[in-house]
Design a protein around this ligand. Structure first.
Ligand code: AMP
Ligand code: GLY
Length: 416
């Protein structure tokens, strides 16, 4: 089958890699140097709808797979479906689960999904009164820009002063632009975080193996949040029973509540979760595959990923995808300075990689035949092993033969 994969990150490279492994044809736009090794790449931006549609008409894919959230929020999946293309990715209404945290929290409440207490504000004075009351009641808070802000619009505050500052930044200074015009303030939760990626095709759902992300930039979970510095799977702390509980309490109810207001869901639902004793609480929903989560997850799937994506795109029941009896780990190699300012254009050297390693391209491009850095998260080194220990060793071995000026990575991925 022929897949048109839209996006240019490590997520899309990993999806494309798996599809090619299964014998499918992968065409991508705007793609990246990694995707270019898998098949034809067309340099069409994801906001250039007319050209994307023309491309799809020309190549006639069996399925269009939309990788990132922004085009989903903007309604790209609607456009392809309206033009008769089987499409993986929810429409603009469902994508508001990620595009508006205020909408998302309201839907969680309506659906009875366990989540932190919250309120939404656009007035800074009222917001500050609310946080003062929460701290008086013994709670701490998370202040969140309601719109999509690349995972950076969330400030978890242990002090009232910090919360007031975050509110001022978002509602008075306007640091997050439109995305920060409304803030959601919720009680801080404590516990272990994990994410669940669930393929959704109407009533049919299929959760992929759980992968654990490390979101902070520095070892020991220190420093600011990033898009994700590394992932591993399996996660022994998350049992099958917990996955089932999450499907029943977090995934199914939100899908039912969307269906009640005539919002269908065709794509992947990413639930960001916090384990609180034997309770599971939902921090957020995303409407696309987690990255780097999917770079790890695809290494643990047997054949049938492409068939499952296609079933979702056609609105059919999702076939089972076998899970391999292995472990996988992805180590993100990032630019010096990320998640703050960083330079691009550093030449990348990749030596001889150990067996079983795949290097997924997240932020690279080719200039004069030389691979150079072109983003904050540059490469995902993805390894497999019989055990997590083995996979971890292999990934860190691989990192030793990759180099560019300023390259940074965490040394403790999968170690806790
Ligand atoms: P979100 O984009 O809403 O998932 O938030 C990004 C990150 O902020 C999460 O992965 C958590 O690490 C943290 N976070 C968000 N909400 C809370 C909360 N209510 N309590 C504690 N940490 C949170
Ligand atoms: N790794 C977290 C995310 O994709 O949002």
């Amino acid at each position: 089958m022929r897949f048109l994969v839209l996006g240019s990150g490590g997520r899309e490279h990993a999806i494309g890699w798996k599809l090619v492994q299964e014998g499918h044809e992968v065409v991508s736009a705007p793609g990246n140097p990694g995707l270019a090794e898998l098949g034809e790449v067309y340099e069409v931006a994801l906001n250039n709808r007319m050209e994307l549609l023309e491309l799809a008409k020309r190549i006639e894919p069996d399925l269009v797979v939309i990788g990132p959230e922004d085009p989903l929020i903007a309604g790209l999946a609607n456009m392809f479906r309206e033009n008769g293309f089987a499409t993986f990715g929810p429409g603009t209404d469902a994508a508001r689960l990620e595009g508006s945290k205020a909408f998302s929290k309201d839907m969680m409440k309506r659906a009875g999904v366990p989540t932190a207490e919250y309120q939404s504000f656009s007035d800074p004075i009222q917001a500050k009164e609310y946080v003062a009351a929460r701290f008086d009641a013994g709670a701490q808070v998370a202040v969140k820009a309601s719109g999509a802000a690349l995972g950076k619009g969330v400030v978890v505050c242990s002090e009232l002063e910090e919360a007031n500052q975050a509110i001022s930044e978002m509602l008075e200074v306007g640091s997050f632009g439109q995305a920060g015009k409304t803030v959601v303030i919720e009680d801080r939760l404590f516990g272990r975080e994990f994410s669940l990626l669930t393929l959704v095709s109407g009533d049919s759902i299929h959760s992929l193996p759980v992968a654990q992300d490390h979101k902070r930039i520095f070892d020991g979970d220190e420093g600011p949040n990033t898009g994700g510095m590394g992932t591993y799977s399996p996660v022994s702390a998350v049992s099958k029973a917990l996955v089932q509980q999450t499907e029943e309490e977090v995934v199914r109810p939100i899908l039912s509540s969307l269906a009640e207001i005539d919002i269908p869901y065709q794509g992947v639902l990413f639930s960001g979760l916090m384990m609180d004793g034997d309770q599971v609480k939902c921090l957020e929903y995303n409407v696309r595959f987690g990255d780097p989560e999917i770079q790890t997850v695809v290494r643990r799937l047997g054949a049938g990923f492409g068939d499952a994506l296609l079933a979702v795109g056609k609105g059919e029941s999702i076939p089972e995808i076998p899970v391999l009896d292995n472990a996988s780990l992805t180590l993100v190699l990032a630019s010096g300075g990320y998640p703050g300012d960083y330079e691009k254009g550093k030449p990348i050297e990749i030596g001889e990689l150990p067996d079983g390693v795949e290097v997924f391209h997240a932020g690279t491009r080719i200039v004069n035949d030389q691979l150079v850095t072109n983003g904050g998260r540059v490469l995902g080194v993805s390894s497999v092993g019989k055990t997590l220990d083995e996979a971890r060793k292999v990934a860190y071995e691989a990192a030793k033969v990759i180099h560019w000026e300023g390259m940074q990575f965490r040394s403790d991925i999968g170690a806790n």
